[in-house]
Design a protein around this ligand. Sequence first.
Ligand code: COA
Ligand code: AMP
Length: 630
Amino acid sequence: MAYADIYAGWKADPERFWMQAAEAIDWVRKPSRALFADKAPLYEWFKDGLVNTCWNAVDRHVLAGRGGQVAIIHDSPVTGTVHKITYAELQTRVASLAGALKARGVTKGDRVIIYMPMVPEALEAMLACARLGAIHSVVFGGFAAHELAVRIDDARPKAILAASCGIEPGRVVHYKPLLDGAIDMATHKPDFCVILQREQEVAKLVEGRDLAWHSFQYGVAPADCVPVEGDHPAYILYTSGTTGQPKGVVRPTAGHLVALNWTMKNIYGVEPGEVFWAASDVGWVVGHSYICYAPLIHGNTTIVFEGKPVGTPDAGTFWRVIRDHRVASFFTAPTAFRAIKRDDPEGRLIAQYDLTSLRALYLAGERADPATIEWAQQKLKVPVIDHWWQTETGWPIAANPAGIELLPVKVGSPSVAMPGYDVQVLDEGGHPVAPGTLGAIAVKLPLPPGTLPTLWNAEDRFRKSYLSHFPGYYETGDAGYVDEDGYVYIMARTDDVINVAGHRLSTGAMEEVLASHPDVAECAVIGIADELKGQAPLGLLCLNKGCNRPQAEIVKEVVGLVRDQIGPVAAFKLACVVDRLPKTRSGKILRATMVKIADGAPFKTPATIDDPAILEEIRTALRGLGLAKA
Ligand code: COA
Ligand code: AMP
C-alpha cells in the first residue's frame, strides 16, 4: 500500500489504525479500545490494557526462539572494545538487575534516575526499571551537577544508577563526583545509589548509600515482568523549555510500545533481526527511542556506540561500524555529518569501507542543511532521509516513510506527516494558512500514541506550554510551512530554545546563570549560526554601574559559570560586554534582531524599538568577536 493510502486510512479511522498496530504487541490484557478522550484536551491511549515494556523488548524474543540473536552491540572506540549481548543474555542481565532493585524496595511507580555514559548497562538499567514498572529518568552525562540536582528534586527518585566515569576524547568525565555533588545540592535524597565501576576510573563509594553494580546483584532472585496499565508512565525525560526549570516529558507505556514498533518497519524500513544503529546518546530522546526501545521491541540488533563521528580515531569511524556490524539503517544528527565532511571533504575514508549493507541514512535533531544532505547523498549513494520530531513526541512527526514507499526527497524538507499527526500551519490567530505560507506549526489534537500526555508534576505547565495558545492543537514550538504536496519545512523555533550540535538547550536557562554573576546587571543569550554545530550560544552582558573590572575577566567567569552550572554540553564559549541591550518600548529584549545582526543577515529595525541607535552599538560589539560580518 502507498503512503497516501495509509495516511488516509488512519485519518478516516484512527481507532482502527491504532488497534491494528497494537496487534504487534504482547499484552497481558488487551485494551478494549485505543483512544480515551474523556479528559480532553488531555488524551490517553490503550489505557485499560495491561502490558510490560521489558517483556516486549526482551523476553518475548527469547520465548520466540530468538535468544541467540545479538540484541546489543557495544562498540566503543574510546576504550577499544566491542562486546555483543544476545537477547537471552540480556534477559538474564536485566532480570537480575531488576531483582536486585526490587530486593532494595524499588517497585512500580518509583522513580529511578540513570546517569550513565554509552555502555550497555545504561540500556539494561532502563529495561530493569521497565521490568518492575519503575519510572526511569535518564540524565545526559554532559550536564553538570546542578542540572542533575534539579532533576533529582523534580523526579524524587528512590534510587540512582550511575557509572564511575564516562570517556570523552582526551578526558575522563568524573561522573561520581558530579553525582555526589548533585545529591548534596538536592533537597531530595535517594535511598541508595548503584555504581557501575569502569576500569578507566574506579570511584569511591559512600558507605551506607552506594552499592556496587555487580555485587549488589549477588544472590538475588531474578525479577519477573510486572504488568502495568497502558497509561502508566514508562519514563520521564527532561528537556529544555523557556526557563531554567526543565520540562519533565512523560512517556506513556502502551502508546510508546505500539508507536515505536510501528515506526521500525514503516519509517526505518528494517525487518526483525537486522542491525539498526542510532548514533546518539541514551540521554536524549533519540537514544531512548532508537538506541534502546524501538529496535529491541521490534527484535532488531541495536548498537551502543561510545565514540564521536570524528577523532575516535578518525572521520571513518562511522563507516567502520557500519561495515563491521552490517548496519542496514543508520540514524544520526546532521552535525555529525558536518564534522565528518569537514575532516574528510572528499569522502576518501568512505571509499575504504564496504557499506553495501546500508540502505538508508536518517537525519534528525536539528535542521538538515541542504549542503550536508547533498554531500551525504553523493558519498553514500543511499537515500538520505531528514525527519522531524521532538522529545515530546518520542517518534517522528514528519518523515519519508521508506518502509512503506520512498517518496521523492525534497532537500530542505523532512517530508510528510506520519499517520497520527494532522500537521497544520497556523497564523497568530490560530487559523490554518495557505500552503507555502509561514506560520506556527501545530498538530491537531489528539496527538498519536506514545506522545506526551502531560509533564511530570506540572499539568498546568503542560497546558500552558502546548495547548493554550491554539485551542484544539498541540503547539510544537517550531515555525515553518507546508507546501502544495504536503511536505513540511521547519524553519525556526518560536521560543527561546536553541539547537547546538543536535542538543536542545534553553537560552533562558543560560541567562539565569549569567544573571547570577555579581557584576552582571542584565543579559541576553542568543543562538547564532555555527558552521559545525548549527547554532552556538552567545551571551551579551550589561555590567553593574561602577563595575570597572576587566571585561575579559568577567567574560571568562561567566563562561566558567555556565559550564559549571549547566555543563559542557551547553558549549557556551562566546560572550561580550555591551552598554545596553536593544528593547521594545515595553521592555522586551529584541533577541531575534540581535541574532540577525550577529549572523550578518538583513533585518528591519523593529517599529517598536525603544532606541534604534543601540543596534549599531551591538553590531560594533559583535564585530569585536569576529561576528556581524555583512
Ligand atoms: N558526557 C560528558 N561531556 C560531554 C558528553 C557526555 N556524554 N557529550 C559531550 N560532552 C562535552 C564534550 O566533551 C564537549 O566538552 P569540551 O567543551 O570540554 O570540549 C562539550 O560537551 C560539547 O560537546 P559536543 O557538542 O559534542 O561538541 P564537540 O566539539 O565535542 O563535538 C561533534 C562536535 C559534532 C563531533 C559532536 O557534537 C557530535 O557528535 N554531535 C552529534 C550530536 C548528536 O548525536 N546529537 C544527538 C541528537 S540526535
Ligand atoms: P529535541 O526535543 O531535543 O529532539 O529537539 C526537538 C527540536 O529540534 C524540534 O522542535 C526542532 O526545533 C528541532 N528539530 C528536530 N528535528 C528536526 C529536523 N529534521 N529539522 C529541523 N528541526 C528539527
